[in-house]
Write a protein that binds this ligand. Sequence first.
Ligand code: EPU
Length: 416
Amino acid sequence: MKRLVIEGQHELTGVIKIGGAKNSVVALIPAAILAEKAIIYNVPSISDVEALKSITQYLGSEISFANETVKINNEKCENKEIISKYSTKLRASYYYMGALLSKYKHVEISFPGGCNIGSRPIDFHLNGFKKMGAKVIQDGDKYIIDAPNLHGAEIFLDIASVGATLNLLLAATKAKGTTHIYNAAMEPEIVNVASFLNSMGAKISGAGTYEIKVEGVEKLGNGIVEVIPDRIEAGTYLMIGSLLGKDLVIEGIIKEHLESVLTKLKEAGAIFEVDGCKITVNKSEHLNPVNVKTLVYPGFPTDLGQPMSTLLTQCEGESLFEETIWENRMRHIKHLNSMGANIRLFDKKAIIRGKTPLKGREVVATDLRAGAAMLVAGMIAKGTTTITNIEHILRGYENIVEKLSTVGAVIKIDEI
Ligand code: EPU
């Protein structure tokens, strides 16, 4: 087991380079199964990528990952059942559903894994497949989805779900006829995946808006794409920089993807300057309380709500933090309180009274972004913070120790 050990309160200066977006690459690798050959640039070194690599390999395709580049050759790809040993490693294994259904019109796959942040149903995915002519059978802990006549459909999502939008986009790419996805998720990751599929010859328009049109095609060729920068990683380091930075540069961002976060941090009095794809951030001596409510894109991202709640403990006054996407994204609060925060929890709302000094403690990363919240806390706390269950953090933040040590943090991973 690994744990992260952080000695807090060190000033951070230098450059942190942002890697490719986890939530994009975890769909791009399964999507690549649809190409003859594919190349994906700017791939982050995170454990989720390794897990997807092993699934693609298991299906018989050749896949390599070096120098931030994934190369895939699907000549020997076969339609095998994705067994639980592979599917439970991560949530995004479910993107092989849409991809294999599109490619072979039949898929068998065990339930996906992922962070325990709520019930995480996939009814929108399955109902969408059904609308496209698929028969869906749940057999124990696996799904059998069969659609010999996979066809286009008019699909309205009850919630603008990222996963359902992507899975249905994948399935529709090689379905017969036209699919419209209404109330589609508008996250930048959707645009990234759609442009990858279009590079193979798919006919997708409207990605990034609430209505996506997919005209099914019979054949796809080679695909090429660059993973967009990870806006969540960037946002996390920006928050850390607002608390400890001395001309700390966060490099390789797309400002438009971070608009809601930058606006909220500015409102709180964070000191930063955006120059093209760089943000220079300095510690703020005084931060104002603000209200943060997570929403679908372009609202404040749920994946930054937890680290933001740690920043709110350093704002002078009462802030309100509200999570609206997931049921279980408040489990880090008790750990923040154990470090000295003053937070009262009311279901998915938290009233955070600051500014409270934090003290180093042994805490747990209850999920990936809870881990990020603990990381921010450990960085600003007095003394040493030990975070256990960091496998969650390593799923989403690449080279975290190297990136933070280079700019002056005192942080290491211990094997226990
Ligand atoms: N939902 C349903 N039915 C469905 C699908 C979703 O009710 O069939 C509900 C969910 O329960 C949730 C809401 O719709 O309340 C939104 O879920 P969404 O499908 O958008 O989430 P997801 O695709 O499962 C992805 C990211 C999450 C991120 C969310 C929201 C991946 C692998 N995961 O999840 O990332 O929080 O979108 O932006 O891309 C993380 O990185 O820490 C993480 C959890």
